[in-house]
Design a protein around this ligand. Structure first.
Ligand SMILES: NC(=O)c1ccc[n+]([C@@H]2O[C@H](COP(=O)([O-])OP(=O)(O)OC[C@H]3O[C@@H](n4cnc5c(N)ncnc54)[C@H](OP(=O)(O)O)[C@@H]3O)[C@@H](O)[C@H]2O)c1
Length: 422
């Protein structure tokens, strides 16, 4: 039986989950994997805090050096969250030759190169399955099962909080604010929900996923990011009328030597499998040139699902015994595309008078944007709502057309512009 000395950085939601998995399924791991994982130390902020797992208080510490310098610790698993001190501790652990398992998407998205370099030097392993989509195995399949493919597209729902909010808005007609309050009450959204609702959380995860898929470093500054705060019940209702659902999608594509990567609310047809992903579930759709379409679905967060991914990484780290397998990036210098092509949904409020529709159609035409469908809804007070779905157009044409439309005296407001994926 191989003895594995583990230290955990954090004993919050995820740390407690890892503790439970190792306790409840320790026998299975011992029998199947031939290893005995012993938690030797746990770093916390407050040693006296009441814990929801039955932990021996003598292994709790608030001094990271007790862990980093302990020769009996082979693997360090980090789930304290945030950028620092998590990054410094991960780096120091790798320098000491200890393999690191982390659930920290922010640290991986921001410091991947630096951490890989440290791991290369010391030979320690760096594992981060739980940093994207919680319990769904996606990093290992991308690294170990799809090497024979040129991956051309990723499209995913990788933030459970926003998916929960959009599901409540779509199924119960709630406003964004009402759905957010409910998500906070149920613990699906943080008291400060900014990182989720503005799309930043999904952007970190897309940075990691697209780097792995395209073998090119896709840093967060290369990813266009829009959240869901401006989605209104009107947009959700009109989307349904037109045969679409609205999801916060993380999308990355590689074509003609260019990469485009973006996080934004998106219309997707009601028949698309991603539309059926409800509540806080996650799903990632991947297209490889050889394998075709793949879809990964499951719990993108939560203590036990995330701990399932972390413990799997701990087992792999122990099996690899301090051998670092770096992610090799392609040599080519990739160009990032920000003028991508899409179809677009737009909702405008205009003066209800003759000639306005023709005027707006004319503006779109002047900017090369052709229209697929137009719906007019009367709103009263001499105003009308007009909804447009375009044919495929360049992002820049749409922005130029909307700038001109906003300047027209006949237009009261451009209420929304949402990209459409088929
Ligand atoms: N929650 C999820 O469903 C989920 C899913 C996937 C990935 N993740 C990632 O997992 C990580 C942890 O999330 P979580 O929800 O478990 O967080 P959490 O409940 O807030 O737990 C954080 C833990 O880290 C400890 N900690 C924080 N800062 C510390 C410091 N400076 N020094 C010592 N200990 C410190 C805290 O100690 P005290 O207990 O003493 O305060 C606590 O035990 C994050 O990176 C998150 O993005 C979470």
């Amino acid at each position: 039986m191989k003895k594995v000395g583990l230290a955990m950085l954090g004993l919050g939601t995820i740390g407690s989950g890892v503790f439970k998995v190792l306790k409840e399924n320790g026998d299975i791991i011992r029998a199947r994997e031939g290893m005995d994982i012993e938690i030797k130390k746990i770093l916390v902020r407050d040693k006296n805090k009441k814990r929801n797992v039955d932990v021996d208080k003598s292994i709790l510490t608030d001094d990271p050096s007790e862990i980093i310098n302990d020769e009996g610790i082979d693997i360090i698993a980090e789930f304290m969250g945030g950028e620092n001190p998590a990054f410094t501790l991960i780096r120091d652990a790798l320098r000491k030759g200890k393999s690191v398992v982390t659930a920290n998407k922010e640290v991986i998205a921001k410091y991947w190169d630096e951490l890989e370099e440290e791991a290369e030097k010391s030979g320690a392993g760096l594992y981060f399955e739980a940093s994207v989509a919680g319990g769904i195995p996606i990093i290992k399949p991308l690294r170990r099962s799809l090497q024979a493919n040129n991956i051309v597209k990723i499209m995913g729902i990788i933030n459970g909080t926003t998916n929960y909010i959009l599901t409540r808005m779509s199924e119960e007609g709630k406003s964004f604010e009402e759905a957010l309050l409910e998500a906070q009450r149920l613990g699906y959204a943080e008291p400060d929900p900014t990182a989720d609702i503005e799309g930043y959380d999904a952007r970190y995860k897309l940075s990691i996923l697209s780097t792995l898929c395209f073998r090119n470093r896709v840093t967060i500054d290369k990813i266009h990011c829009e959240g869901i705060t401006r989605i209104s019940p009107d947009d959700i209702r009109y989307a349904k009328e037109l045969g679409y659902g609205i999801k916060l999608l993380a999308i990355a594509k590689k074509h003609d030597g260019k990469i485009e990567a973006r996080v934004h609310p998106t219309f997707i047809p009601l028949s698309h499998p991603l539309t059926a992903v409800r509540d806080s579930y996650n799903a990632i759709f991947i297209q490889g040139d050889m394998v075709g379409d793949l879809m990964f679905y499951g719990r993108g967060a939560g203590d036990l699902p995330t701990a399932s991914a972390i413990v799997s990484d701990i087992i792999t780290a122990a099996q690899n015994g301090g051998t670092h397998h770096s992610v090799r990036l392609d040599e080519d210098k990739t160009v990032f595309e920000d003028n991508w092509k899409n179809e677009y949904y737009m909702r405008l409020v205009v003066l209800d008078k003759p000639g306005v529709l023709a005027e707006i159609a004319g503006i779109f035409g002047r900017h090369n944007v052709s229209l697929d469908s137009v719906m007019q809804k009367l709103r009263g007070n001499d105003n009308a709502t007009i909804i447009f779905i375009t044919h495929t157009a360049c992002e820049k044409w749409i922005h130029d057309a909307l700038d001109e439309i906003r300047r027209s005296p006949s237009v009261i407001s451009v209420e929304s512009m949402i990209r459409v994926e088929r």
